[in-house]
Write a protein that binds this ligand. Structure first.
Ligand SMILES: C[S@@+](CC[C@H](N)C(=O)[O-])C[C@H]1O[C@@H](n2cnc3c(N)ncnc32)[C@H](O)[C@@H]1O
Length: 232
């Protein structure tokens, strides 16, 4: 999905004050993805990561049901709602996004949010099943997870905590996904990455590692993209 300014990755890093003097901008202010997210009404810059992932890997289809783990403030859910709903056709397929997060999430048409909810809580599956009472659906086509642990700053520990979140999303995905379903998860890189890739390859036809341009270069996050669930 192209949007104005999207390809402009470099910024000068400074602006001029009223008196013509140089003023250095904070990283947030000179970040083109932050500006572009505001322009496009995405709730945060993370939206562009999912846009890149889906543009490259063709994950979402009209009518899909997607579970978004770690959904707050909701930009991945916004992108997903856009991509699973046929636009301009009243009789087009209607998709659904079910977002879960520890934090509150502002309502979004096309999505149902279970906020203030720990995704690792065993009751989550039952709560998602309950969504069917108000928004009936047949299957969950894709599970996406952008869950991040509270960073400790200790790289190996952050990796361990991120691996646990990735594994809990995978366990859920393997419980709910039908043959052909897809799974995307953030991972803070570290020694378990290869083992996770090997594990994913047992359950999905293709597994790739993706670092979106919108992901900060100094961040050790990558995304594992596992396509087409295999049923043995
Ligand atoms: C990077 S943010 C997600 C941003 C989101 N993808 C978006 O585009 O708006 C990571 C989120 O993971 C959530 N999270 C971390 N651990 C979680 C858990 N155990 N259960 C639910 N959410 C969790 C955090 O609360 C945080 O909101």
């Amino acid at each position: 999905m192209w949007c104005p300014g999207y390809d402009v990755l470099l910024n000068r890093g400074h602006t001029h004050g009223k008196d013509g003097s140089y003023k250095w901008l904070s990283r947030q202010k000179r970040d083109v993805f932050v500006k572009q997210a505001k322009f496009n009404n995405w709730r945060c810059r993370s939206a562009f990561k999912l846009i890149e992932i889906d543009d490259k890997h063709n994950i979402f289809k009209f009518g899909d049901v997607v579970v978004d783990c770690g959904a707050s403030p909701g930009s991945w859910s916004q992108v997903t709602v856009d991509r699973v709903n046929a636009t301009g056709k009243n009789d087009g397929p209607v998709g659904l996004v079910i977002g879960i997060d520890l934090l509150p999430i502002a309502p979004l048409p096309g999505a149902v949010f279970l906020d203030s909810t720990d995704f690792t809580d065993p009751s989550v599956l039952a709560r998602i099943e309950k969504v069917k009472e108000t928004r009936p659906f047949q299957v969950i086509n894709t599970v996406i997870s952008d869950m991040s642990p509270n960073a400790t700053g200790i790289k190996s520990l952050d990796h361990e905590l991120s691996t646990e979140l990735c594994l809990s999303a995978l366990k859920f995905a393997l419980t709910v996904l039908p043959r052909g379903g897809h799974f995307i998860s953030k991972l803070l890189q570290g020694q378990e990455q290869k083992r996770l890739e090997i594990l994913l390859a047992k359950f999905f036809r293709t597994v790739s590692v993706f670092k979106p341009k919108a992901s900060r270069l100094d961040s050790c996050e990558i995304y594992l993209v596992a396509k087409k669930r295999i049923m043995k």
